[in-house]
Design a protein around this ligand. Sequence first.
Ligand code: APR
Length: 309
Amino acid sequence: MKVTVIGAGAVGATCADNIARKELCNELVLLDIKEGVAEGKAQDMMQTATLLGFDTKIVGSTNDYSKTAGSDVVVITSGLPRKPGMTREELIGVNAGIVKSVCENVLKYSPDAIIIVISNPMDTMTYLALQSTELPKHRIIGMGGTLDSARFKYQLSQHLGCSPADLNAVVVGGHGDTTMIPLIRLATWNSTPVTNFLSTEQQEKIVKDTMVGGATLTALIGTSAWYAPGAAGAALVESIVRDEKKLFTCCVSLDGEYGQKDICLGVPVVIGRNGWEKILDFQLNDSEQAAFQKSADAVRSMNDVLKTL
Ligand code: APR
């Protein structure tokens, strides 16, 4: 099994580190446009192999896509991160050019790869990847909801005083501060609705803090976060290469599901060796469905910006 991570910055390097530690593939390629960065980080990670006990071979590459040839999965993290006060949407102009050219280069050498998109604005970058490559829709997966759901579980665990591992909770819709929809009504703590244990005020706070989870970290750190985004990317790689068929919220192409067409948006999907294999219908209630429609409208107008670039 061979995996490539494009972009050896904060998110890409963290994602690669997680993939190597879990030995998800024999060969892992880290590629970046900046001279020497990917080679340096690959070597640094390889020097942890005996300390951490993994056997994955990590190769760095400065923009030489021939090294990525034959990859089964490619994770795209290349692009600008946001700075404090910026929305993910403000990154569209620069990141669209990067994601489009990266996809072209990737497919020249790995025509059968499954592509995971992390670059922001993630919903629009996933749509762009699908449109520009014309790959079968099951092979393009946007990571955002996986991260947002992990953040949602973190917020819930803080209020419930429980292990996040005991929680089931998903965030659907767009991967934006105002477009994501944490589905608190459906969240459970070992099969019991979390709403049984939380006041209305607590529920509202959890939802709000989840939605601005990324922006909160950007304000604290000065750039956008990387540990959870990198780990979320690696979790998707794991479910693909091990054909785990785990359920994640991912941004995928909708063809009537959840009332939407011609858009990539976060919905619950089964992830396995064929990419995203199945969309689950969580039967949203009227207000959740209205929020989903609002989210779709916002993402659609962002996608329209692509036509002007
Ligand atoms: N090809 C390959 N790598 C590129 C290209 C390109 N065309 N353009 C930029 N890069 C690389 C940069 O050189 C840099 O090393 O992408 C890397 C991005 O790393 P960071 O600046 O550290 O950004 P990071 O925090 O990793 O975020 C990357 O993920 O979560 C999103 O919003 C975030 O869009 C951003 C992306």
